[in-house]
Design a protein around this ligand. Structure first.
Ligand code: SAH
Length: 267
């Protein structure tokens, strides 16, 4: 018998990636920013709230729901509410922390960040549309020093899902993330430079953490408001939140149904 041929680290990594891509997806982590967005999905997938406090540090407000839906194990996490103010912990910091802790604890095969977002009508977005993000980037991390500028923008491709897009009637666009619901002129310039169709407050942060921990991630965003429209964002957001959450709920269910029984390479 001849001795095994030496393979490089890169070749070994590529072989591992290939094996992972061909393994059926069995565990999915859904990261959601707001309770209003999370609860319809918790009901749809008949998930149960976790009472086992050991999985997250004591006293954090993060909430985990879990269960099995059509052979797929689903963990759905929501960063809970600010303990003093009582509002949802939206934005990049809570999203990053809860994504990190959940990936470590639940070891998902795939992360799905689902939520509402603003859309740009100049790019064809309408209220109620549901998008899958092809790319993510930040629009409020300006560091005007060579190379740090690119680091700040943090642009990444998301996990490609050509078959899912072919099968489901979802739009595709680039997502830009920042920690503000409104849009300053500087943010607007960055969003245009990011070529974004969608604007949210969590996506690029979830993408950063998922990449850090080598878990593929996809982003499903339903449009509550038109950023370049006439109505003030906060008003339009609140007006459409419940209706758009129903559209989000439907799209996430379709995506979960599609994923069931498949491996990453066939998404
Ligand atoms: N006024 C709301 C606050 C929601 S913050 C309330 O009272 O509940 C906005 C949330 O919706 C974030 O999770 C963000 O990701 C998403 N979102 C919707 N429209 C957005 C927009 N135009 N810009 C940024 N985020 C938006």
């Amino acid at each position: 018998m001849s001795p095994p041929e030496e393979i490089s680290d890169e070749e070994a990594m590529a072989a591992v990636d290939e094996v992972i891509a061909l393994k059926p997806i069995s565990t999915v982590l859904i990261v959601i920013a707001m309770q209003t967005e999370a609860l319809p999905l918790v009901n749809k997938f008949q998930l149960e709230e976790d009472t086992d406090a050991c999985l997250f540090p004591q006293k954090v407000p993060w909430v985990r729901y879990h269960g099995t839906y059509k052979d797929l194990h689903i963990d759905l996490v929501w960063p809970g509410k600010d303990p003093v103010l009582g509002v949802d912990n939206v934005g990049t910091i809570s999203a990053s922390l809860v994504t990190y802790a959940s990936i470590q604890a639940f070891k998902p095969d795939l992360v799905i960040n689902a939520g509402t977002a603003g859309g740009f009508k100049a790019k064809g977005a309408c209220v109620g549309d549901v998008y899958v993000a092809s790319d993510v980037a930040f629009h409020d991390r300006r560091i005007p020093i060579p190379v740090f500028d690119i680091y700040g923008i943090g642009a990444r491709r998301t996990c490609p899902t050509p078959n899912l897009l072919k099968e489901l009637n979802l739009k595709v666009g680039k997502l830009s993330t920042g920690d503000s619901l409104d849009m300053s002129l500087q943010d607007e310039t960055s969003i245009l430079a990011n070529d974004a169709t969608i604007k949210d407050m969590e996506g690029a942060a979830v993408a950063y953490v998922a990449e850090l921990l080598s878990v593929p991630a996809i982003f499903i965003k339903a449009m509550t408001d038109i950023v370049d429209g006439e109505k003030p964002t906060a008003e339009e957001f609140l007006e459409n939140l419940v209706m758009v959450t129903a559209a989000l709920d439907q799209a996430v269910t379709q995506v979960i149904d599609f994923i069931t029984g498949k491996c990453l390479s066939s998404l």
